[in-house]
Design a protein around this ligand. Structure first.
Ligand code: B3K
Ligand code: ZN
Length: 882
């Protein structure tokens, strides 16, 4: 027996709603186990709906406690009510008012969708379909209503009552120990942006004056005692608000902007109108508990949610197939913000690393889907790297193709034309077509075709004719369920590097295709571009700044890559050249290891890494990025089939040790030289220095030098910040250094009461290579500190194991897969979204060697055979096994 797959929802079946809901009045009487909600909805037929057409409202695990139409009880014969829907058979032809009473149990809500409690605080999560767990509703993003919310709760337990929009009034409920607040949001919005919060929270206030002089009250609400940890988040918020005004001319539109941090949350954060709710991981920071990466993430997520106010809230999605309309665009916006706040090339490299490590494998496996999917069974499974990250790349390509000014004009038109609407990708693209006077029909294929295009490049220099020809072809490898694909429009930023290392000035117009400035626009399956008057053989630097989300098959010789690594004027391609050289060698070493043949790292690669180390012109953060070898998962992806994670692990270790042996002195200097200068600051420059210093120590620790263990231990015990302490702890545990057990205990004693710091403690242990790790994880799961109901903890221990410990997850005895399969089944009963996300860690199972892939399949079949699997996990397991 197995649970049924939910019916498919298809884009082509979209129908506008038969009824609209203009206003919503909610009255919420909070109680931990029995919260009463009275929803009063003003409803009207939409154009084209026949009088008396049935009205069907969505619900999810709801109990109906009362139903009135225009103030009168509705007789039982007039409707059918079930936990997942109400159908009113023939509602009045004229606009009417429906009053619905429901009762829900926030404390029993372990799915963390709808209304739930986190450490005693009531909060909500309604995207995508959580509002229907609060009351019956037309829970779809194209139903926009004006909300007024009255929240009532005991004053002592919940002194803070928050809703969307502006607060209209608040006060005691006479004769009781309760109080209430009424919030009104004047901006029509879909139900997924509804939110309320109630609890005993500390308020961190600030303010922001907008460009037109509006005074906005900003507040961050956190658990008492954590006020001092909000400074960075508040600073990031104010910088985001200013940046959106400066760069996109977008101003904030309410009198208040509230952020609430909670510790149990399925995702990073949520952009509810005027009341963002955050996973506290993306709010709280101080040097003692947060790493530089945490600081950067907080800055980016605060910005992302704030930017949604325009790209998502003011203009929302017509249906969930259009999710990338708000997510891809908002990720693009937050990436640009971080690039402006920090180093642009370093940010670009970090974003591309993320894209390649998360989105590329998704696009190459059984869960591949277009940026705009056409079909889903469970929408929560489509908040993916493809929708977010590839979606952002598509927006970036639009900018590259149209140029900054036209791109900006198109976006202005979009804001002006669609403000207050729920719209589509077509409408979005139409604005750019109009601004540019061009047809984007072929470009739109990026939204519809899954799979990463492979661009194959061949070059030929003819010294007699002084021509340089670049032949290009593109192809998307087969994607399950996708018919043959069509050529996309691929902007390839390029330069021709002359023998002196400088870009050649191209004075004669290239022939054979569209070349606009420094961008070759590949539009056909095959094209040959010829450059004339090129007096000596150049090196082609292609895909500069990673101008398109494609794989490049460009057989450059090692000498050319070394030349690029040293000379390319594009920092991204300098970094890429180092990575390509390292990757080629790692793949070669892994294959030799696989065959038990002697393997020695290439001198070319060691030399290039050495030049990076000693290059004084490179900034520290960029150096650290260049010195970060492709991860084991990246190497597995490159190998693509018959993957043996142990051979890959060994290859990476060999290269690391060889670097350490060859460049010990300079590594030691860097490891000692940069960290610990002056007081901690989270800015990009200081963070870059720490990153380089810790990267150097990572190599040096592999040198076998007698002082290496002492250096690591010193850093661990003396560090004045989490970045350095965690780097040292990771080395101690992952290299199984002599005092690792003592380090685990010391860290625990120091941070036991701080759950975000303890998440790191779980994570470092879960990602340690070594046979004992799965058993260790099982024992960690028995600790009182491990909470299966807390998504951050589950992700720290189990998700990081499944995605960050390839040799142990894909063990040849199958126990790694079993651990995750068992955990998925357990967690699925509590929180399907967390379980199904964990299950996606199996997505590359078919690329493993036959023994391992058979074991992975067994584990997946075990999950699949569960009778009462959630819709979320059923969808993922079905597609993964397909
Ligand atoms: N929009 C939310 C994500 C909601 C996920 C629902 N399963 C956060 C964000 O992208 O900003
Ligand atoms: Zn978002």
């Amino acid at each position: 027996m197995r649970s049924e797959t939910a019916p498919a929802i298809r884009l082509e079946d979209y129908q506008p709603p038969a009824y609209r809901i203009d206003t919503v009045h909610l009255d919420v009487l909070l109680d931990p186990a029995a919260t009463k909600i009275t929803a009063t909805l003003s409803i009207a037929r939409t154009q084209g709906t026949e009088a008396g057409a049935p009205l069907v409202l969505d619900g999810d695990e709801l109990t109906l406690a009362g139903l009135k139409l225009n103030g009168e009880d509705l007789p039982g014969s007039a409707y059918v009510a079930a936990p997942d829907r109400i159908e009113i058979q023939s509602p009045p032809a004229a606009p009417f008012e429906l009053t619905i009473e429901t009762e829900i149990n926030p404390d029993a809500n372990t799915k963390l969708m709808g209304l739930f409690r986190s450490s005693g605080t009531y909060c909500t999560q309604c995207e995508a379909e959580g509002f229907r767990r609060i009351t019956y509703f037309l829970d779809r993003p194209d139903v926009l209503a004006v909300y007024t919310t009255r929240i009532e709760a005991p004053k002592a337990e919940c002194p803070v009552l928050l809703g969307n929009g502006n607060r209209l009034e608040e006060g005691p409920v006479e004769g009781t120990d309760r109080h209430y607040a009424i919030w009104h949001d004047p901006h029509p919005k879909p139900a997924y942006l509804f939110a309320l919060v109630a609890g005993d929270l500390a308020e961190v206030p600030d303010r922001f004056i907008t460009s037109s002089g509006k005074d906005v009250a900003l507040n961050i609400y956190v658990e008492h005692g954590k006020e001092s940890l909000c400074a960075w988040a508040m600073d990031s918020l104010k910088r985001s608000m200013r940046w959106d005004e400066d760069v996109f001319d977008r101003e904030y539109d309410l009198d208040v902007f509230n952020i609430v941090a909670v510790s149990d949350f399925n995702m990073g954060a949520m952009e509810n109108k005027g009341l963002n709710i955050f996973n506290d991981k993306y709010v709280l920071a101080d040097p003692e508990t947060a790493t530089d990466q945490d600081y950067a993430n907080i800055e980016a997520v605060i910005a992302h949610e704030y930017f949604h106010n325009w790209t998502g809230n003011r203009i929302t999605c017509r249906d969930w197939f259009q999710l990338c309309l708000k997510e891809g665009l908002t990720v693009f916006r937050d990436q640009e913000f971080s690039a402006d706040m920090r180093s642009r090339p370093v940010k670009r490299i970090a974003d591309v690393r993320l894209l390649k490590s998360h989105q590329f494998p998704e696009d190459a496996g059984p869960l591949a889907h277009p940026v705009r999917p056409r079909l889903y069974h469970e929408i929560n499974n489509f908040y993916t790297a493809t929708v977010y990250e590839k979606g952002a790349e598509v927006v970036r390509m639009l900018k590259t193709l149209l140029g900054s000014e036209t791109f900006r004009a198109g976006l202005d038109l979009y804001f002006q034309r669609h403000d207050g609407e729920a719209t589509t990708i077509e409408a979005f693209l139409a604005c750019f077509e109009e601004a540019a006077g061009t047809d984007l029909g072929q470009f739109a294929l990026w939204y519809d075709q899954a799979g990463t295009p492979v661009v194959t490049v061949k070059t030929r220099y003819d010294s007699r004719r002084q021509t340089f020809s670049v032949s290009l072809s593109q192809e998307i490898p087969p994607v399950p369920g996708q018919k043959s694909s069509k050529p996309a429009v691929i902007p390839l930023r390029y330069g021709l590097i002359g023998p002196n290392g400088e870009d050649i000035d191209i004075t004669t117009a290239p022939e054979g295709g569209r070349v606009e400035g420094d961008v070759i626009v590949l539009e056909k399956a095959k094209q040959e571009i010829t450059f004339r008057d090129i007096s000596s053989a150049p090196v082609l630097s292609l895909l500069r700044d990673f101008s398109a989300p494609v794989r490049l098959d460009h057989e450059l010789q090692s000498e050319d890559l070394q030349f690029q690594a040293a000379q390319d004027s594009d920092p991204f391609n300098r970094w890429q050249a180092v990575q390509t050289l390292a990757m080629q060698d790692l793949v070669r070493l892994a294959s030799l290891n696989r065959e038990d043949k002697p393997a020695v790292p290439s001198q070319d690669v060691l030399r290039v890494l050495g030049s990076v180390l000693s290059d004084t012109s490179l900034d520290a953060a960029l150096k650290a990025q260049a010195l970060t070898l492709p991860s084991e998962a990246d190497i597995a992806q490159e190998i693509g089939k018959d993957v043996d994670p142990d051979a890959i692990h060994a290859a990476r270790k060999m290269l690391r040790q060889a670097v350490a042996r060859q460049h010990g002195d300079i590594l030691l200097g860097l490891a000692r030289g940069l960290s610990g200068e002056g007081a901690y600051s989270p800015d990009a420059d200081a963070a870059g220095k720490r990153a380089l210093s810790n990267r150097a120590l990572y190599y040096y620790a592999a040198s076998g030098s007698p002082d290496a263990a002492g250096l690591v231990w010193d850093l661990f015990t003396k560090a004045d910040n989490m970045t350095d302490r965690l780097a040292a702890l990771t080395l101690l545990l992952h290299d199984h250094m002599p005092r690792e057990t003592e380090a685990i205990a010391l860290y625990k004693t120091r941070h036991e009461t701080n759950s975000l710091a303890m998440d790191k403690w779980f994570m470092v242990q879960a990602t340690a290579p070594g046979d004992e790790t799965p058993a260790k994880i099982r024992s960690l799961m028995k600790l009182p500190l491990y909470e299966a109901g807390n998504p951050n903890r589950v992700r720290a221990l189990l998700q990081s194991f499944a995605t960050g410990n390839p040799t142990q997850f894909a063990r040849a005895d199958g126990t790694g897969f079993e651990l995750i399969a068992e955990s998925v089944l357990e967690i699925d009963k509590l929180n399907p979204q967390v379980a199904s996300r964990l299950l996606t860690s199996f997505r590359s199972w078919r690329a493993l060697d036959p023994q391992r892939s058979a074991l992975a399949e067994t584990a997946l079949l075990r999950v699949s055979s569960c009778e009462d699997l959630s819709r979320d996990s059923r969808d993922i397991v079905d597609r993964t096994l397909q």
